[in-house]
Design a binder for this molecule. Structure first.
Ligand code: ATP
Length: 646
């Protein structure tokens, strides 16, 4: 399932604006990753509510009309299916009448010969009618079922599109497993509730209307006896339906939570195993399942009571009809055939009442499950809120003017404080500073993954907030420290950066990223599958493939966030030599802790507590007695490749 992988990448790493930056995950605190940004618009707030319960959990008209609107594109098929349904229901309703008449033929015809003749004629007629009914049923089933499948597909596409277009804050907050559950289980439930369920409900309705009509026609007096139980069943059904709607929401939420736990652990098996936590994880998952089971058992006991009650009602109807019918037969106001037909109609009506209750409860289930999905569809995606779309040349100075920024989950902790920063075009700049000082947040703002609280970000003299987001991201390449590759071949992964790239271009990008040699050494070369998130490659290999994927875009601005940290110093040097050539006169921003990486930069900006503390070339900074010198000295005193801070 491809969407699962994409969602994983957006949410699991997403909290660390994962599309671009994997490096946070490895660092001490999942920094960006933990944030939950409070959204400005009320609508989006609603959409992002954790277990977003709408206050009004009752069935509203708009809930239902939205639910039914899903079926609109299938109108023609559904109407045909309903036509066929009327035919098959008509045939079904003819059965008791037919059986009654057969019994009357058997008991009332005088001669053997005449009985045989009338039976032959009548049963032949009935058989023909039954065949028509069966054909109608087959058609109805196929049309309804295929419509349900089409609706589910369309609905999933819409939900998936709504999810991937959400703002980054959404992915900070949501869990992959939960989203996958919404996409698979909830959509299935909803599409069933507006197709097969409607069909079954209509069939029940036909049986009830037709059955009651036939009962009244056969004997109005007996009908009153048989139908006296209906109001009680109807009230019971409504109460049961409401209960189910609430329960469905809870069960689906609990299921989503358990899927999340399983998904997160399964996709991080190395961590689980390296801590020998297999048994703990089984217990954790089982706890979640226990919560699901608890809710399901509650639902089941209610269902058992309800269905027991309806079953009893059905039997009571049959018994009372037998009782009064027997008395009426003895007074000759009813024939044997009439009583038999009546009994069968009463049984039909009883079964159909159960069917109608089940239709209502499934509809409630559907509305319960659909509320979360509609909330998702209603929440505005990041591009939807975009009002301006300038597409200027990006190769120019990048200026942060008095920029203040905090993640909405931590409104009191400013990451950037009135920061002023200029990153000059056409050169490479290294952003350095203690862990957590805001380096990656600067990149996140540049990529418009988040918006600053105040201040201006200008690129080549143009306000970033006026720029077309897709255009901006297409022309900037970002390589994270722990890049995410998709479970496709090396070639497909690289073409993710430029889908129409030729094989030559792919090889050139690999060469520039110093990856061609090891890719060529794989038996399948470019077609080598990299495994989920690149699990079948080493850390350094993954980084180089990710670099090639970024370089194939030939970006105006290249951002390397610890992008070569897993390479040995020799390979790193070769990569930087290549980058110097390819990115000549382009802007390169490097976030690094390693001295060997920092030294490659033309200019170094040292950040501290969300502000620029120092700036200059390596030699200038090392000569001054500032933070940079302090950081580098501490690094040199320790082992060569450790971070400034622990
Ligand atoms: N999504 C988030 N939600 C809330 N706070 C976050 C989020 N991401 C990062 N932070 C916080 O913002 C601050 C700056 O983080 P940032 O990732 O920009 O630092 P950094 O300088 O890149 O650190 P490092 O060198 O460790 O990568 C940190 O205090 C971090 O905890």
């Amino acid at each position: 399932m491809h969407y699962a992988l994409y969602l994983q990448n957006m949410t699991r790493l997403g909290s660390t604006f994962r599309l671009f930056k994997g490096s946070f995950m490895n660092k001490s605190s999942l920094k960006l990753g933990q944030s939950i940004r409070r959204l400005s618009s009320e609508e989006t707030k609603k959409a992002l509510k954790p277990n977003g319960t709408k206050k009004n959990a009752q069935l509203s008209k708009s809930d239902l009309s939205r639910l039914f609107s899903l079926a609109k594109p299938e109108r023609a098929r559904l109407i045909s299916a309903i036509g066929l349904l009327f035919i098959s229901s008509g045939v079904t309703l003819a059965v008791p009448y037919g059986i009654g008449r057969v019994l009357d033929i058997i008991y009332t015809t005088q001669t053997e010969e005449e009985r045989q003749k009338r039976l032959n004629e009548f049963c032949g007629l009935l058989l023909g009618i039954f065949i028509i009914g069966a054909v109608g049923n087959i058609g109805r089933f196929y049309l309804m079922q295929s419509s349900a499948q089409r609706i589910a597909k369309r609905f999933r596409e819409r939900i998936y599109s709504a999810i991937v277009n959400q703002k980054m804050e959404f992915f900070d907050k949501r869990k992959t497993g939960e989203l996958i559950n919404r996409l698979s289980a909830d959509t299935q439930l909803v599409s069933y509730s507006v197709t097969m369920n409607i069909s079954d409900g209509l069939r029940s309705l036909c049986s009830i209307v037709g059955g009651v009509g036939m009962m009244l026609w056969t004997s109005a007096q007996l009908s009153l006896v048989g139908l006296s139980i209906v109001p009680a069943v109807a009230i019971g059904s409504i109460m049961y339906g409401r209960f189910l709607k609430k329960m469905t929401k809870k069960v689906q939420d609990a299921l989503a939570e358990s899927t999340h736990v399983a998904e997160e652990r399964l996709s991080n098996m190395i961590t689980v195993k390296s801590f020998a936590k297999e048994s703990d994880e089984v217990v954790r998952y089982s706890d979640k399942l226990q919560q699901v089971l608890k809710l399901q058992l509650k639902e089941t006991s209610m269902s058992a009571a309800f269905w027991g009650f309806t079953g009893l009602s059905g039997n009571v109807i049959v018994l009372s009809v037998f009782y009064y019918g027997g008395i009426m037969m003895s007074t000759s106001s009813l024939t044997m055939g009439d009583l038999s037909s009546f009994l069968l109609y009463a049984a039909y009506v009883g079964v159909a009442l159960g069917g109608l209750s089940s239709f209502y409860s499934e509809l409630m289930r559907g509305t319960g499950a659909s509320q979360r999905l509609f909330q998702l569809l209603d929440s505005k995606g990041e591009k939807e809120t975009e009002t301006k779309s300038s597409r200027p040349v990006l190769l120019g100075d990048l200026k942060f003017e008095n920029v203040t920024f905090h993640y909405s989950s931590r409104p009191d902790a400013n990451v950037l404080n009135n920061m002023n920063l200029v990153l000059r075009a056409g050169i490479s700049t290294a952003l350095v500073g203690p862990s957590g000082c805001g380096k990656s947040s600067i990149v996140a703002l540049l990529l418009k993954l988040y918006t600053p609280e105040s201040g201006l970000i200008n690129l080549n003299g143009h306000n970033l907030s006026d720029m077309d987001t897709d255009y901006l991201r297409e022309n900037i390449s970002y390589v994270p420290q722990e890049p995410t590759l998709f479970s496709m071949s090396v070639e497909e992964n690289i073409k993710y950066g430029k889908p129409n790239a030729t094989e030559e271009e792919v090889k050139e990008a690999l060469e520039n990223a110093c990856a061609l040699n090891f890719v060529n050494a794989f038996p399948d070369g470019l077609q080598t599958l990299v495994g989920e998130r690149g699990a079948q490659l080493s850390g350094g290999q993954k980084q180089r493939i990710a670099l090639a994927r970024a370089l194939i875009k030939k970006p105006d601005i290249l951002i390397l966030d610890e992008a070569t940290s897993a390479l040995d110093t020799h390979s790193e040097q070769r990569v930087h030599d290549n980058l110097r050539k390819i990115m000549k006169n382009k802007t390169v921003i490097t976030i690094a802790h390693r001295l060997s990486t920092i030294k490659q930069a033309d200019n170094i900006v040292v950040l501290e507590k969300g502000k620029v503390a120092e700036e200059g070339s390596f030699h200038e900074l090392i000569r001054s007695n500032g933070l940079f010198k302090d950081l580098t000295q501490r690094q040199m005193n320790r082992e060569t490749h450790t971070n400034y801070e622990d």
